[in-house]
Ligand binder design. Sequence first.
Ligand SMILES: *Cc1c(COP(=O)(O)O)cnc(C)c1O
Length: 388
Amino acid sequence: MSKFVYADHAATTALSDTALKAMLPYFKEEYGNPSSLYRFAGTAKAALEQARQTVAACLNAAPEEIFFTSGGSEADNWALLGAAQLRGKGGGHIITTAIEHHAVLHTAQFLEKQGYAVTYLPVDGQGRVDPAQVEAALRPDTFLISVMAANNEIGTIQPVAEIGAIAKKAGVLFHPDAVRAAGHIPVDVRAWGADLLSLSGHKFYGPKGVGVLYMRKGLRLPPLIHGGAQEKGRRAGTENVAAAVGLAAALKQAVGELEAEGARLDKLARRLMDGILERVPRARVTGPREGRLPGHASFVFECVEGESILLRLDGAGICASSGSACSSASLDPSHVLLAIGLPHEIAHGSVRLTLGRENTQEDVDYLLETLPRVVAGLRAMSPLWEEA
Ligand SMILES: *Cc1c(COP(=O)(O)O)cnc(C)c1O
């Protein structure tokens, strides 16, 4: 039997059995529209509200602060565009970072074209944002700080609570993009001082195409999607009840298992990173040793193309990525790797292996056996390597 190792959990995860089971009734038997008034639809409506409560409890939020969206990208777009609209036509200033997901970065760039000013903070060599730099970037017209809780390419966890405190003191809205963090490290909207926060189901073993925007009580962002009065009039469209139920079940499960599973994955990823550094010359780990997401291993290898490595890994039954799924179709090196100061030619040799629930010691053994062989094989054919 040929080997198959899925090591790309930062791109997406398999739906958990618990989430699938929770969702099933809402596809067929309980198909009522939650907005309908007859009793039959009451079951769907109740399930939706139960899902909202479950999500709120996982984030230390209140149910009325939870708004279901079509995913992490919509939540990020809504946070930035909504905050800008709330601010008004006069423009204003947003602080974000150079390593955000494109759902935040491209939205910020769009707002720049609409006349808003944006500061893209640099990060250090490990991908960390310095809270002092956030504070120094504040302007009298700053209305929003958007900093991701954890980076999806190199696994760096940001000092979100410190940044939240700075935002609060300055009277500025704070939006942590917690899409890669939720279900993997503790997320607490109160402790983080978050006014807005984004989640996505498929990053923690929930379904794809559903996310959440947490919106602090009292904060009323205008809708991004106009139409019906769903989600308290702030997000139109017939609710995807099954998806919301699945997201909630998956989040509850992930948060419940977070400590034990985090410790297990942390050990596996550390063994993987140490083993690769031992076996492959001129390799480095991207992101910090401490303060990184559990299970998140990421590397750059000199004198070899990340894409070529991925093709050969695929041939060996290994699913990995070269950074973000969103940028792997383009030939530009990752904006995150450039932001941590890697030269273009080294940033091209990036490989991300993100471990998750179904990965085992044996999977790590197989990765440790295969990846060094692949890198050595490619280097043997490379004129760059001969010169080096
Ligand atoms: C995956 C991801 C997103 C986008 O979420 P989708 O649900 O896939 O739209 C946004 N931010 C981060 C940090 C992510 O990892």
